[in-house]
Each structure stands twice: as structure tokens, then as C-alpha cells.
Design a protein around this ligand. Structure first.
Ligand code: PMV
Length: 311
């Protein structure tokens, strides 16, 4: 056992396929290295947590952090580890569709295995992260766990080994935070309810989203930003029909399009959180980011696609 343990993870962005991925359709996601989370452990007489959201005994964490408490207890039992102080630092905005709940679980799991000097396989990591995500989200597809723990873009289909591939497309992605908490748990539940009530029409929307993800993948392989942008626009339409957008997202997405975006859509669970927009060049990307900020976006990030290496 070491004197201290350390683990980290990145945020993630779902490019295409949120919600439909829960029903077995493919999705495309990538680690978003502009945002990161770290977890540090040291021995303690009682289990404590220090973070931006809560600091104090682990037994008294608020309900929205129960995943952290239960994951900690599970890891301590499995690794026969004593009590700890857990300190979390994060630049991943919480509940914004950037996978912060999965990333925190990745970082914590890594920190315990580091502390106890145990090797952590990918399968074990995903097992612990999915355990934590079930508490946080209800019925997670596993895409957040896979994307926040890795280094490369991936094509993810629930229950299947994921495929990594290069985002080799000559374009820029703008990520903008609406400043409103996303409601993944709520929207995932509502889509499930809608599926029960109207299986035919909901199934069609989900199928369409899957087809659009395939079209987006082909556009990336063929380096066709315009085609990718169109697929993003169409995916947003389907997601809005599914009921997971809201006025703020729709307004900012229209703003991105009016300012030259090739396409724009919500990303993640929806009803808040973040949106993404695709631009042909850096100057347009900057103009879009500025326009979104003027329209009330709380933060924006620009990532060049195709040139960035994720190693
Ligand atoms: O809001 P996020 O970043 O946790 O993304 C959720 C993605 C969903 O497809 C809506 C749910 C899931 O578990 O895949």
C-alpha cells in the first residue's frame, strides 16, 4: 500500500447517438481533454470527502453524491482497504452532459487501485464505473464510462466491445454550456416511458438516430464536414421530437447555425447541459463561440478535429 493514491479522468462529449444508445443503437463519443478530474487518497480515521460540492464525512454526503459514497465503500471492501480522505478537483462542469459522474467514478477507482498498488484492468474499471453510474443515472448505456476512461474517439454500442477510430475531419467543434443543469436521469426515464406508451413512433425516432450516427461516422471517414453538420442538425430535430431538448438549447443551437455553423445539436442527456456546433474553420468557430456567449452561454470551448492526437 502506498502513502497516497492518485487517479484522473477527462470529460467527454457525445458527438452523435445520445438516448438511442440506451436502446442498442451506436453512438460516437470522445474524451474531452479540455476538462479533467483528479482524485487523491490518503489514510484517515474516518471516510471523508473534500470537493467543490461537499466537504465532510462520507456518511453525510447529499443524495446526489451517493454514487461516490457507495463506490468508495465497494472499493474499500473489494481491495480490503482502510478508511480514507478523498479529495476531488474537477474542471468538468457537473450535470452538463460532459460525463462528470462517470469521470469521477473513473478517477476514484483508479486512485484506489493506485493506493493499494493493484493492477486495474479495463473490464474491472468499467465494472466499477457502471456500478456508480447506475446509482447516478438509473439506466446508463455505459458510453460515459468508456469515453471518460479512454484516450480516443469511439463508436460505442451497448454491450459490445467498443471500436476506436480517428476523428479525422477537417473541421472545428464548438462546445457551449447553457449554464443550466442537464437532466439525464429525468430524460432517460421519460424516453423509456414514451417508448412504453408509443413504441412505434418512439422506436422510429431511435432508429433514425442510429442511422444518423452511422451517416456521421461515414462523413468523418470521408472527411465531409458539411455532411456531418447535416447529420447533426437532423439528429437535433429527432432529439427535440423525442422531448429531450428545451428552449435554451433550441435558441442557442439556432444562434450557432445563424452564425455559420455547418450543424448543431444538444449533447448528452439534454434539457440543459451543453450543445455542440461544427464549423468549417477556426475563424467561424470563434465567431460562433462569441455569438453564443452574447446569447447567454456560460462557457465555450473550441476543439480542432482531425489534427488533435489523443495520446
Ligand atoms: O448527460 P450525459 O453526459 O450523462 O449523457 C447521457 C447519455 C444518454 O445516452 C442520454 C444516457 C446514457 O446512459 O447513454
Amino acid at each position: 500500500m502506498k502513502a497516497a493514491g492518485y487517479g484522473s479522468a477527462s470529460g467527454k462529449i457525445i458527438l452523435m447517438g445520445e438516448h438511442s444508445v440506451v436502446y442498442g443503437e451506436p453512438a460516437i463519443a470522445f474524451p474531452f481533454q479540455a476538462t479533467r478530474i483528479t482524485a487523491e487518497l490518503e489514510p484517515s480515521v474516518e471516510n471523508t470527502l473534500f470537493s467543490d460540492y461537499y466537504s465532510g464525512p462520507l456518511t453525510k454526503v447529499p443524495a446526489h453524491l451517493h454514487n461516490i459514497r457507495q463506490l468508495t465503500e465497494k472499493l474499500q471492501e473489494a481491495l480490503r482497504c482502510g478508511r480514507t480522505n478523498l479529495t476531488i478537483h474537477s474542471t468538468i462542469p457537473g450535470e452538463r452532459g460532459m460525463g462528470s459522474s462517470a469521470a469521477v467514478a473513473v478517477a476514484i477507482t483508479r486512485s484506489y487501485f493506485d493506493y493499494m498498488e493493484q493492477t486495474l484492468t479495463e473490464a474491472e474499471l468499467l465494472h466499477y464505473v457502471n456500478f456508480s453510474e447506475k446509482i447516478a443515472h438509473g439506466n446508463p448505456s455505459g458510453i460515459d464510462a468508456a469515453a471518460t476512461s479512454g484516450q480516443e474517439p469511439l463508436l460505442f454500442t451497448k454491450g459490445q466491445p467498443f471500436e476506436t477510430f480517428d476523428l479525422n475531419i477537417n473541421a472545428f467543434l464548438i462546445v457551449a454550456d447553457t449554464g443550466v443543469k442537464g437532466r439525464t436521469r429525468e430524460t432517460v426515464k421519460e424516453v423509456a416511458h414514451r417508448f412504453q406508451q408509443a413504441p412505434k413512433s418512439t422506436g422510429k425516432l431511435i432508429k433514425n438516430l442510429g442511422l444518423l450516427t452511422q451517416a456521421a461516422r461515414q462523413a468523418i471517414i470521408d472527411d465531409q464536414p458539411t455532411v456531418l453538420g447535416q447529420a447533426m442538425n437532423e439528429a437535433h430535430k429527432q432529439l427535440a421530437t423525442l422531448g429531450v431538448s428545451n428552449q435554451t438549447l433550441d435558441r442557442l443551437i439556432s444562434c450557432a447555425r445563424q452564425n455559420g455553423a455547418l450543424g448543431a445539436k444538444l449533447t448528452g442527456g439534454g434539457r440543459g447541459g451543453c450543445l455542440i456546433a461544427l464549423a468549417a474553420d477556426q475563424q467561424t468557430a470563434q465567431e460562433i463561440a462569441t455569438a453564443l456567449t452574447h446569447q447567454g452561454a456560460h462557457a465555450t470551448w473550441i476543439q480542432q478535429l482531425g489534427v488533435v492526437t489523443y495520446a
